[in-house]
Design a protein around this ligand. Sequence first.
Ligand code: HEM
Ligand SMILES: [Ca+2]
Length: 677
Amino acid sequence: MVNIFKKVDNSSPFETDPLLKPKAEKQSFWKKPWFTLFIVILIIVITATIIVYIFCHKNGSPNTNSFVGLEANATIFKAHPTSRLSSLATTNEDYFKQCAPVVTCNPNDKYRTYNGSCNNLQNPSWGAALTPFYRLMNAEFDDGNNTFRVQLDGKPLPSARLVGLKLFYMREIHNFDHANNELLVPWGQFLTHDVSFYPDDIRNATTPADLDHCFEKDKTKIPFECSTIIPIAADDPVYGPYNVSLFKFVRSMPSVNFSCPLTPRTILNRNTQYIDASHVYGSDEKIADGLRTFENGKLRSRILENEEYCPQNPDSEFKDGPLGKSNIQFAAGDKNVNQNLAIALFQNLFLRYHNHLADELHILNPSWSDERVYQETRRIVGAIIQVITYDDFLPIILGDEYMKEYGLTGQTTYDPSINSALAQEMTSGAFRAVHNIIPAKFNFISANYSVVDEVEPSRILLQPDLLVGNFDNMLRGFLETPGRAVQPSYNSLITNIVFKIPNLNGYSGFDLLSYDIQRGRDNGLPPYNKIRYICGLKKANTFNDLSDLISLEDIETLKSLYSTVHDIDYIVGALLEKPRNGSMVGPSTACIIGDSFYRFKHGDRFFYDILGQPGSFTPAQIETLKKITLSHIMCTSSNLDHMQKKSFRFVDHKWMSSIKYSCKSYKLDLSPWKDFS
Ligand code: HEM
Ligand SMILES: [Ca+2]
């Protein structure tokens, strides 16, 4: 803009012909053609801005996504609506036939079990903790059972780091999604931790730290535990200069470690596979009891710097994270509570909310026992997570059209033939594609809206100390920062963390994208082309057949990495796909996410709006639950005092403070819980 105006000034005849100058000075400036032109352009710009703004906020479409080279209105995605997927896997029942414990259920139980069993009365172990992830297609391993998939021509798959470098590195676009804020990120992860957790395979006592010896060069034989490391080339632009030659990679723990030697390699999910707040309360009774005070229904907590936080984890395993020492290690229902600051923030937020709600219910019903208050609160918190997920979060991730296509809106009808368990294709593939909206830095924003700290990924992983004293600023940071524009690349900081290994006197690294690609191979995910097929999209016979969804430039790079179109890792294809308008994800990602959330909704006998079950809420309670927003939770559990109604929307305090309502307006009507039996 500035340059353009300068150019006009320079070419002005007044400068070159002084004789014209007095006449020109007498003429009113608003009669000049350039002024009229300026006004017209200004009006066009303002009108266009208003239209774009209204469109973004109405449709929830980020519209700032950075998929160039493909038609914005790609109607092709509509050509194959797949509202229900049918699993083609033949192994889903193996665990239940061979290893599932005998479970006796009380069909009249009002509350969920801790481990999720007895939700489905005909198949009581479905969706329970410590049962396998579901599969939409059979696992793909080279030897059929265990070893990483290879390419069709027998060559090993390209290094996950190389794939990331060639396709995604240096492609990051620093645009914002001005429709949404960054809160989508902690919510997405919080939701993930409700339904997914697989621990490392440490059968040979191989913790990540034990893999240091994999760095040693000149080995004639690669030790077993080093065989799945992610190789890094010497000319890697980031890690090369530090001589980092590999990322350590520990495989997921297979079922054999839980006395169930299934083949092909089968991974058990340690968390309940329902959206039921198991990450707040625990996926077994021992963990749940350890988190309770057994007084007035409350959870254990501690006060740090005058605020309430989760209790300290007594487990020595947590004392020192691999990235440094941490005095604080929270305990919560999910073991991954300390994985990064964002998830720690949300676990603490919900701990506070539980205790707030328990207080309210206790005041409302003083005669209720500790057990009753605790279980009712737990039930409400689980329901709230469902409401926020389906009403607010998913419509932004998937868009309204996909929401309808996949049956994720409206009244839930319980269908006992549905196994709600989380699909491997989802947890090791599709839902990870949403890692592309993780911002490079977390902004801590003070009450007067100034950024007081910008925290890089190297400071957020496994070291939650920073949360204490910064709770409000961190929450405000997520609310007050526009989201990262949807794009194929992850942010370059989360893919390029270099850290020093003290005992090795060298360096190591972390790259979330490499780990996501490698995890897909570890857990036997089918390649991208097969997911296209199950999702009803056109199966590609040649690389060029991908051009319906992937740009020609990316197809050329894919050709240079993979032997055939059938070899491409699923998450790689998922990231490269052009999202449908109004959605943040491409069709093969939406299809897998849609399937999972369909099964979480219609396969859960305790889903919050299902009627006629012993665990059903009353119609009046359901009405109250439907009105709950994340803003209410944040208002109740922090010191923030104003909040927009649509919590995930970016509401710039400078221009739109009038639609940030006082926290006093976010009251929850608990009267339907008064004296009900
Ligand atoms: C601060 C932001 C986040 C960080 C630092 C983060 C980091 C990680 C890491 C380190 C893993 C394990 C990688 C491995 O397999 O070794 C993981 C797994 C995963 N993440 Fe994220 N993530 C974040 C946000 C999200 C979001 C927003 C979503 C989805 C909406 C998501 C979905 C998943 C899923 C589905 C998995 C696999 C589930 C599991 O580990 O049990 N994450 N993430
Ligand atoms: Ca759960």
